[in-house]
Write a protein of this length. Structure first.
Length: 297
């Protein structure tokens, strides 16, 4: 009778070798499977965490910062540039040249400080310059101090009449369209005048000089800044084509431009924008204008 449990030493050794091989294989597969499972778990966990963080972190941030964005916009009204220095021209009556009129320095006249500069104020003439009324408010600011207002500064303003003529020079017996004003706590000063005419070779403009104080202004020849304002093109066309007394200005306007002007032509776009007052109104009702003068102190 054969006994299956005893086949001799050789049989037993072969059986033991086979069993050991199977156990080693099982351990190998078990370890590899565990490694694959762990690797898969680690990969999905890492990927999920990164995505959640990347999505969650930026999402609230733009929402939080987008709400306060208008805050800088509110202070953007204080943006300004330094006005360029321009020529005071041949008709300043500020003591820098001679005049055929009643004085070569209107700044030293006792009544030069006035808001309405339409009447003549030197000598016996009281003639009021005719033309479309213009109420001009200028704000003097410090470009090196967040465009803060400069109070107590004096502005000497002058320009030609509706026929392109200057008092004290072309019109020696008149002194209209000249005057000095002092800025208030807001850095502002307002003049009542007329819309200037356009003469051949120049874009329509208004001259001004800025002084650090009224005392400095009325002493003459101590200006901190000498520059000019450029009249808005659309308003020029409207006034010159519809208002009485400006017919020669309409003809002269057709032959000039800001780009070719010998004063404004070399200025930057930002400078031109600041030198051009913002205006509203009409020929019949008059115009209201505002402008900024930037001083680099």
């Amino acid at each position: 009778m054969n006994d299956h449990h005893d086949h001799g030493l050789l049989h037993d050794l072969e059986a033991m070798t086979a069993l050991a091989s199977r156990r080693r294989a099982l351990r190998w597969f078990t370890g590899a499977g565990t490694a694959v499972v762990l690797a898969a778990c680690d990969g999905s966990s890492s990927s999920g965490t990164t995505t959640a963080t990347a999505t969650a972190t930026p999402t609230p941030t733009p929402t939080a910062t987008s709400t306060p964005t208008p805050t800088p916009t509110a202070t953007a009204t204080g943006s300004c540039v330094a006005d360029p220095t321009e020529t005071n021209g041949p008709y300043p009556a500020d003591g820098t040249n001679t005049s055929s009129g009643l004085t070569s320095n209107a700044l030293t006249a006792s009544n030069v400080v006035r808001s309405d500069i339409r009447p003549s104020f030197i000598g016996s003439s009281t003639t009021v310059a005719a033309g479309v009324q213009l109420t001009l408010t200028l704000t003097v600011v410090d470009v090196n101090s967040s465009c803060g207002p400069l109070a107590g500064y004096a502005i000497y303003l002058w320009h030609c009449d509706r026929n392109g003529k200057y008092s004290l020079y072309d019109l020696p017996n008149e002194s209209y369209l000249r005057g000095v004003g002092v800025t208030d706590a807001n850095g502002q000063v307002t003049f009542t005048t007329i819309f200037p005419g356009c003469y051949a070779g120049r874009w329509p403009h208004i001259h001004f000089e800025v002084f650090s104080s009224l005392a400095t202004a009325t002493s003459g020849r101590y200006a901190t800044l000498i520059s000019q304002l450029a009249m808005p093109s659309a308003i020029c066309s409207t006034v010159y084509s519809t208002a009485s007394g400006y017919s020669s200005s309409l003809t002269n306007l057709s032959g000039v431009s800001i780009a070719r002007d010998n004063v404004f032509g070399d200025n930057s776009a930002a400078q031109i924008a600041q030198q051009t007052p913002t205006m509203s109104g009409s020929v019949d009702a008059g115009y209201t204008a505002t402008g900024i003068i930037g001083i680099a102190r």
